[in-house]
Write a protein that binds this ligand. Structure first.
Ligand code: CA
Length: 270
């Protein structure tokens, strides 16, 4: 294989930008760099990228503004790089259409893992033509993929030809009411209908469903879902729960995630 994908790095701190460039190049990605919001926007729209790493605090145009403008024309996956205490940035960023965010300072392994997940779960890019997807070797399952066995799923390593209902019979699949979650294939269905979730939404739901009927604190959810230190940022869990409710509870008219005031959240049967 030639390249794992094209990633645009938008970061005004030269040391971080250089570090990211070295690491990503080493991992087999082709990278471009922009050091301010204006050139980031130009570069983002002038070329086809598989993913954009977007710093929030940037000269000329901030990252959120860049993201909003990019979103008018493109659904390229975006991971925001945010400052540690800027919870509002994260909320605004997710609302503005970011796929994920990572807090500085971050561990490079964490960032690389999230990049892989996003590229792996990325649906086929229509504009790029056949074979345009950047699928990881671990399998190319998409979160909201169309029919299994469709051309887009051809890169998947797993010989799965199951329908949504038989998926639920697979080992390890979590089920609460009509909602099924397949951790290994990263699929969520309500009944037969696939639900598209971001990586973090999926992880939060997985943690809640694994602990069905147990009330979990925000901190517990953040730690289990994110696997690293979320000190002082646990209200981000509220954001993901809000997104899950919009995508599942509201859309399908069911009550999946309950708030336990002063404690946290729980998923209960029925
Ligand atoms: Ca910056």
């Amino acid at each position: 294989m030639d390249t794992h994908g094209r990633i645009l790095i938008v970061e005004d701190e030269e040391k971080i930008a250089r570090f990211l460039e070295l690491e990503l190049t080493h991992e087999g990605y082709e990278v471009g760099k922009a050091a301010d919001g204006r050139s980031a926007l130009d570069m983002a729209l002038a070329s086809t990228w598989d993913l954009i790493l977007l710093d929030v605090m940037l000269p000329q145009l901030n990252g959120l503004e860049v993201l909003r403008r990019v979103r008018r024309e493109s659904d390229v996956p975006v991971i925001l790089l945010t400052a540690r205490d800027a919870v509002m940035d994260k909320v605004s960023g997710l609302d503005a259409g970011a796929n994920d965010y990572i807090t500085k300072p971050f561990a490079i392994e964490e960032l690389l893992a999230r990049i892989r997940v996003i590229l792996r779960t990325r649906p086929v890019r229509p504009a790029a033509g056949q074979g345009g997807t950047v699928a990881g070797q671990e399998g190319g399952a998409t979160l909201a993929s169309a029919a299994p066995g469709a051309p887009g799923a051809g890169t998947s390593a797993s010989p799965v030809s199951a329908s949504a209902s038989s998926v639920a019979a697979d080992k390890g699949v979590l089920r609460v009411g009509q909602v099924t979650l397949d951790p290994s294939r990263r699929l969520v269905h309500v009944g037969e209908t696939p639900v598209e979730l971001t990586m973090r939404e999926f992880e939060v739901l997985r943690v809640l469903m694994e602990n069905k009927d147990i009330v979990l604190s925000r901190e517990k959810i953040a730690n289990l879902a994110c696997g690293y230190d979320y000190m002082g940022e646990t209200n981000i869990v509220d954001v993901y729960v809000r997104h899950l409710r919009a995508k599942i509870d509201d859309r399908f008219g069911i009550k999946l995630v309950s708030t336990v005031r002063g404690v946290g959240y729980v998923v209960r049967e029925g």
